[in-house]
Design a protein around this ligand. Sequence first.
Ligand code: GAP
Length: 500
Amino acid sequence: MDLKQIISHCKEYGFIFQSSEIYDGLSAIYDYGPFGVELKNNIKAHWWKSMVQEHENIVGIDSAIFMHPSIWKASGHVDAFNDPLIDNKDSKKRYRADSLIEDELSKYQQKINKEIKKAEKRFGENFDLTTFQTTNPRILKYNDKIASIQSQLEHALKNNNMNSLKKIIDELEIRCPISGTSNWTDVRKFNLMFDTKMGAVSNDASKLYLRPETAQGIFVNFLNVQKSARKKIPFGIAQIGKAFRNEIVARQFIFRMREFEQMEMQFFVKPGDEIKWYDFWKDARMKWHKNLNLHLADYKFHDHANLAHYANAACDIEFRFPIGYKELEGIHSRTNYDLSQHQEFSNKKLSYFDAEINDSYLPYVVETSVGLDRLFLSILCGSLVEEQVKNDQRIVLKLPPHLAPVSVAILPLIKKDGLNDKARTVFNHLKSKFTCHYEEKDSIGKRYRRQDAIGTPLCVTIDHDTMHSEKVTLRNRDTMDQVHVSIDNLETVIKEKLGI
Ligand code: GAP
């Protein structure tokens, strides 16, 4: 399904709404609806359980969104958390300079795809993709162009060189998609942090930032947590919480938001052991995503060639979203950069005494950082399918059962003849054991379709037979198979089918 279909599904079934919609919305800010919040809570719980509760050496915290402003100076966010911004003087539209260049790169990729399609038609069964890609002069020319632009772009971004970015835009004669002109301003740095004031006296000294990542709350609490939880290195600290970034380009639904949630874990290790642990977490996090067993899912690693000055290894786990392969999670070996910066700026020692070697050191850190909303989107994209059923079509959200917003829907066939009362009795019995949903409106067929679209793995139907047999019909979302189960045995069978 494309992103548009996913967005409209989210709205229709109460997963996600545009924030402040009745006031025409607020760009790149979203609200989670009744089923959205359940799914989001289940994703959080699943991450927390597997990252914190199932690891003896990882503990959690919940640090405040507001933090001392010097933290953001120390972390480098005040000086370097910038995106390159450019305006078109005719349309007055604002763009991220690097995104404009990347869009131009994708045009070359589209040209390559066109050439391949044409050749496939021309050569039919004799078409050999590899030979064509490595010998066709046009494709070679486009690939050279892509590689050359990419390397200039990476170089300019790494060196924070705004003039070089402008030069690439000029050389490629990139035009504004709205005005069609190349009447651009210079490229300027735009800091992504939102700021606000604390207290009654409003001056520069009272300026605070809304945190752009949750990680710094972990770094500044490192010794508090290590001592109070009595942890020995290697150990990790995890946190789930809101982060805020004033993104320039924010037009991809919940993929890039201005207010979002992160699930981060900083793993503190002995200097020298960081690459071993980086490889460990890289592997563990990829397995975690794959173990979700989404119906349609495709992941790959993107190893960073150009590392930030504080990192000695970094990669992204990318997911194939409808907008292409994009970053889902980042795994970074951040050396002891953050702890040493905080030690310097706070004037407080943050070193750890390692009894095994009878020496103190500043631990190195391997970080895993995933956006909760982006993970939510990947799970939706990997689960939402349109299926042909006999002469009909159905839309099914094939969510992993433990993440589904509703585990069991209880449906009386009709809302009379005592079926509804019986169904309510079943609902009241099950509601403390599973997330249940009672529904009696509309025909049973329509209700099944609605539960399919929400992702409910099991439906329990109470019909006239139930009244004397004490048996209900249990319907499976994916196979649509129906079996009769006695009410006495229902809880056990549901547990079995949900795999819990
Ligand atoms: N502490 C490291 C850090 O924040 P990052 O790569 O900037 O690293 C980590 O962000 C993850 O947070 C990303 O992989 C993505 O899943 C999520 N993320 C970042 N910016 C986001 C945004 N504007 N909207 C939604 N999710 C975002």
